[in-house]
Write a protein that binds this ligand. Structure first.
Ligand code: GDG
Length: 459
């Protein structure tokens, strides 16, 4: 997208957050998939971004990196009910195959509606005539309809970054009709995979008066386009970063520190129960227990960036993960050879690319994931075509990255086998697979994703 596109973005969070060091404070880029995907295509474009800056103090509109930041204020009870409640304890688990039981709390619905309305009103205030507005993700599913009512002149797109559930699960939601009607206010609704798009279209026909096909719906005499736009990464930027002598030096230092002869198995996730961190650690434990690998030969590094730390399912997941890490290290580590390095913190982006560059095997094994950018970032950083990607069938990325070692994360034997095969793959086979994976991600990069979505919006 170029400056002339001047699109207005609406997302739950602004792409930046406040970092304090001593008496000084500055804005820093936030980690997370949505920011990673959108920032590179918007930087310097003069676009506006409406979002919550985090916290509960009011902030005025300001400029950052050539973008106009328009903050939405949330009260502490709205943070609790709209964000931690309805968004993250109802919608998030329901849309991820209900791998945790969603909470249906009637008290959370009104704050969810109120906050969505506040986002829509802010957009209606700042949008220029006929401007294109791109609304993002599951927290703001009511905004398309609300915004259309306030500003029928706007061209409205919506993209769901997480999966859309099959109709049997979506049917559980007491507010299913309102959510779908909210989304149907858009001109274009984008999903990560064809299955998500199909499931949405079916639910729309089942629970509202919408008619049409999986790609074209009609609701209240308006046409709505439904399509698939698999999100991606800025592969050129990652390649540049991986080729930087500083990153190469960092990766070498990392390998030296864990033991130069050891193979590194890496995993990088937000500390979320959808990411399958616990099952992956159990698979590594079994690999060691069955003697398929030893701590002299390999080491596992798990980077887990903290997220939603006050939601109880997240607290439980963290405790489980830390217990498993403790048990593996207690059982298998020897002096100078720690079995699992576990970092519960967010690491700087450059450092992350050095980790990718150092890793022999990348484990991306979520139980359910809209796409998973980590898989694509790893592939982009493998400049010499070495390395192996073990990828869950239940990540949207598996629909594209067919040359990865695809695995069912629930199948413990399959997980151990895939890890073993990835560790022992021949150089030739590995290079062939990685070459094809790299070609795919280079062709389908995030700028193309942005162009494809904007190109599908009405003129
Ligand atoms: C949602 C959907 C979809 C992670 N730890 C650190 C760090 N990260 C960055 C990664 C990557 C991003 O965060 C995570 O993206 P994912 O795609 O893996 O997952 P979600 O945050 O769940 O994102 C997902 C995505 O939206 C985009 O549509 O793919 O399915 O759930 O970019 O690199 N970055 C830094 N330090 C860390 O410790 N700097």
């Amino acid at each position: 997208m170029a400056a002339k596109d001047n699109v207005l973005i609406i997302a739950n969070r602004l792409p930046i957050h406040r970092v304090r060091s001593g008496r000084h404070a500055r804005w820093d880029t936030s980690p997370g998939g949505l920011v990673t995907a959108l920032s590179p295509i918007l930087k310097g474009s003069g676009s506006g971004w409406i979002g919550w800056p985090g916290g509960t103090t009011g902030i005025r509109t300001f400029k950052h990196d050539g973008m106009r930041m328009i903050p939405i204020h949330l009260s502490s009870s709205e943070v609790e009910q709209y964000y931690h409640g309805f968004s993250n304890a109802t919608i998030w688990p329901l849309y991820h195959d209900a791998i945790r039981t969603p909470t249906f709390n009637r008290k959370w619905w009104k704050p969810f509606v109120d906050v969505n309305k506040r986002f829509a009103q802010a957009a209606a205030r700042v949008a220029t005539p006929r401007q294109r507005v791109w609304i993002h993700d599951y927290q703001l599913q009511l905004v398309p309809k609300m915004l259309r009512e306030l500003r029928p002149d706007l061209r409205i797109g919506f993209f769901l970054h997480i999966p859309f559930p099959p109709e049997e699960l979506f049917a559980w939601l007491p507010w299913r009709r309102e959510i779908i009607e909210g989304l149907l206010g858009a001109d274009l609704i984008g999903f990560q995979t064809t299955a998500d798009a199909r499931d949405f279209s079916r639910a729309a026909r089942l629970f509202t008066s919408a008619t049409g096909t999986d790609h074209a719906l009609r609701h209240k005499s308006r046409p709505i386009k439904i399509d698939t736009f698999p999100v991606s990464v800025d592969s050129h930027e990652i390649e540049r970063c991986a080729a930087d002598p500083h990153t190469i030096g960092h990766a070498q230092e990392l390998r030296r520190r864990v033991g130069a002869s050891r193979r590194i198995i890496l995993a990088v996730d937000r500390l979320d129960y959808t990411k399958g961190i616990d099952l992956r650690l159990l698979a590594f434990e079994e690999l060691l227990r069955r003697g398929l690998a030893t701590v002299d030969e390999c080491v596992m590094i798990q980077v887990a960036s903290p997220t939603r730390e006050t939601v109880s399912d997240y607290v439980e997941m963290r405790t489980t993960i830390e217990r498993i890490v403790g048990r593996i290290n207690g059982e298998y580590s020897i002096p100078g050879r720690v079995a699992v390095h576990y970092f519960r913190r967010s690491i700087p982006r450059r450092e992350l690319v050095a980790y990718y560059a150092a890793a022999d095997v990348m484990m991306v094994t979520p139980l359910r994931d809209g796409m998973n950018l980590v898989a694509k970032e790893y592939v982009s950083s493998r400049l010499d075509h070495s390395g192996a990607l073990v990828l869950s069938e239940f990540a949207g990325a598996a629909q594209e990255l067919r040359q990865a070692y695809l695995v069912n994360p629930w199948d413990m034997d399959g997980m151990v086998r895939s890890m073993d095969i990835a560790l022992r793959q021949s150089r030739k086979d590995g290079r062939l697979r990685m070459g094809m994976l790299r070609m795919h991600v280079r062709r389908h990069h995030v700028h193309q994703w942005g162009r494809d979505f904007m190109g599908a919006m009405p003129e």
